[in-house]
Design a protein around this ligand. Structure first.
Ligand SMILES: *[C@@H]1O[C@H](CO)[C@@H](O)[C@H](O)[C@H]1NC(C)=O
Ligand SMILES: *[C@@H]1O[C@H](CO)[C@@H](O)[C@H](O)[C@H]1NC(C)=O
Ligand SMILES: *[C@@H]1O[C@H](CO)[C@@H](O)[C@H](O)[C@H]1NC(C)=O
Ligand SMILES: *[C@@H]1O[C@H](CO)[C@@H](O)[C@H](O)[C@H]1NC(C)=O
Ligand SMILES: *[C@@H]1O[C@H](CO)[C@@H](O)[C@H](O)[C@H]1NC(C)=O
Length: 509
């Protein structure tokens, strides 16, 4: 299940250190696989995700109207098991027609949807040709084609852990949510952390158009198209539940401990081995000699797995007034969990962005922390915050509201919908079923799955088509507003840095 051969493609590591940590991580994963086979029945898993479908149902049941036709998951289709239903798309489309109120939405999408226009900007004049898509196969783990609402998968290379599985699962759920609404697609997805389409390569006047590569993050020097990561549907290897479920638990966690009752320190827990900058952060931990206001913990996954993940429950980690976010080898899926806590997020200056982080604003949603002077930066933030409690709570609440209101699964699906819809509009050809592909549907994925993977799939399965259309796409930035968004952010970060510099230079005197 968790065989992880070291593949050359997964080794886009700039340093030997990362390769070593990859090896360590892979070792841990083998260990994970082994322990899973022993502890799959551990109480924590049983409590939160029973394997019986009855309990799984109650986990995701919502206030859906009983009139709506449920989309079945047909694991026994005639005498064929685990095959896609022949009438699949037919069933889906007829079931939407019976929904009386399949109204167009009147809701405007959150602001981060505007970046969809930016991400597809490189192809606005040329469109996206088949040749460009095929060129993206250089690094892609898979190619996904949809024709008439059915999905076809051409697998090039298995991704790390279950990243590809849960990404594909997410796309299939999108098709169940909006049956018959998405145009035909042809896309290449790369599940590796680091972006690869360097913008400088495609800047020359006569350069070819860049290949459109979908992945989870990018940075200012790359043109990769960002897409929601697998963790929204679950990360079985480290027991991170589907986002819908986790969001509810985080809400509960926030209720348990009010901001003022929380520890007046900055908390971080994670795996320091994946990046130098994280090891650097650990130098800010409290010791006999100094207290930078930080309480930092290294995540020991081997230990956690043995203990049934009792100490890694994310909803139990909203106990400090300040929480540090720091990137790992690239962006980190932990950002949404940290922002959701009502605590002030101390955000160590990031290099990468994912699909929603570009609309976060310093001093509105988080406190910016310098990357090259972390300890003093954290100390200043914590002291300032303990003296300006209301302001700090307001920022913590703003980030938490952003996550709980504008980063719900509904909006994650809408983001995927609009991104893929805009992408499909740019295709200059009609996608056809690739000869080497296999048909993919929720049945072929969920029916043969078992254990935690199966539970997460059942918990995150879309059971009904949406009774309204996706939210309304905001327009692209015009150049002045784009520039003003940027400069506002920069100014705000600079202001904090100035306070900090002034404070620390006064300490020296
Ligand atoms: C399914 O059943 C039909 C008739 O009952 C039979 O002809 C066919 O071979 C079966 N298919 C498989 C894959 O077993
Ligand atoms: C959510 O997005 C909408 C639309 O952009 C915006 O008006 C609203 O302020 C956002 N809410 C939060 C809590 O960020
Ligand atoms: C990528 O596409 C090219 C051109 O279509 C093809 O020759 C090559 O084999 C493909 N590579 C992979 C990994 O499929
Ligand atoms: C770009 O192509 C045009 C004609 O196709 C040519 O005249 C021009 O020199 C080229 N420019 C560069 C920088 O290669
Ligand atoms: C940081 O300090 C605390 C308190 O002394 C300790 O429990 C913890 O293990 C330390 N973290 C690391 C990563 O050493």
């Amino acid at each position: 299940m968790l065989t992880l051969p070291l593949k050359s493609r997964n080794m886009k590591t700039p340093t030997g250190i990362k390769i070593t940590s990859t090896l360590v991580f892979i070792f841990i994963l083998f260990f994970v696989g082994y322990i899973y086979s022993l502890h799959i029945d551990s109480p924590i898993l049983r409590n939160s995700f029973s394997t019986t479908s009855k309990n799984t149902k109650s986990l995701i049941q919502r206030k859906e109207s009983p009139k709506r036709l449920e989309i079945p998951l047909n694991c026994l289709n005639g005498n064929l098991t685990n095959t896609c239903p022949i009438s699949y798309s037919g069933t889906l489309i007829s079931s939407t027609k019976t929904v009386e109120n399949s109204l167009p939405s009147t809701k405007t999408c959150p602001d981060y949807f505007r970046w969809i226009h930016e991400d597809l900007w490189p192809w606005r004049n040329t469109g996206i040709t088949k040749e460009m898509v095929m060129r993206a196969n250089r690094t892609a783990n898979f190619r996904l084609v949809t024709v008439n609402g059915k999905a076809y998968l051409e697998m090039y290379e298995k991704a790390f852990q279950t990243r590809d599985t849960f990404t594909l699962w997410g796309i299939l759920q999108l098709l169940r949510r909006y049956p018959g609404k998405l145009p035909d697609l042809d896309l290449m997805f790369d599940c590796v952390d680091w972006p690869v389409v360097s913008s400088s390569e495609y800047k020359q006047p006569n350069a070819t158009a860049p290949p459109p590569v979908f992945r989870y993050c990018a940075d200012d020097s790359t043109l990769d198209i960002v897409f929601p990561d697998w963790s929204f549907w679950g990360w079985p290897e480290i027991n991170i539940k589907p986002w819908d479920t986790l969001l509810e638990e985080l809400k509960e966690g926030n209720r348990k401990k009010k901001w003022i009752e929380r520890e007046p320190y900055a908390y971080w827990k994670g795996n320091p081995e994946v990046a130098e900058t994280r090891k650097d952060l650990l130098k800010c931990n409290v010791s006999d000699k100094q207290d930078w206001g930080a309480r930092l913990y290294a995540q020991d996954w081997g230990h956690e797995i043995q203990k049934g993940f009792q100490q890694s429950n994310l909803a139990d980690q909203c106990t400090h007034r300040y929480k540090i976010y720091i990137e790992g080898s690239a962006w980190s899926v932990s950002e949404k969990y940290i922002l959701a806590c009502d605590s002030l997020t101390l955000l160590v200056k990031p290099l990468y962005y994912d699909f929603f982080t570009r609309s976060l604003e310093p001093m509105k949603h988080y406190w910016p922390v310098k990357v090259d002077d972390k300890c003093r930066s954290i100390k200043f933030a914590v002291d300032w915050g303990n003296r300006h409690k209301q302001k700090v709570q307001d920022i913590g609440k703003a980030s938490s509201d952003f996550v709980h209101k504008n980063l719900t699964m509904d909006f994650v699906y809408d983001y995927m919908f609009h991104l893929l819809n805009e992408y499909a509009k740019l295709l200059t050809y009609r996608p056809t079923i690739p000869p080497n592909s296999v048909e993919l549907c929720s049945e072929t994925m969920a029916c043969p799955a078992n254990g935690v993977e199966k539970n997460f799939m059942m918990a995150s399965m879309v059971k009904y088509p949406s009774d309204s259309g996706p939210c309304i796409m905001p327009p692209p930035f015009d150049p002045p507003s784009f520039r003003s968004v940027r400069s506002k952010k920069e100014q705000s970060v600079r202001k904090v840095e100035m306070w900090e510099n002034k404070f620390w230079s006064s300490q020296i005197k």
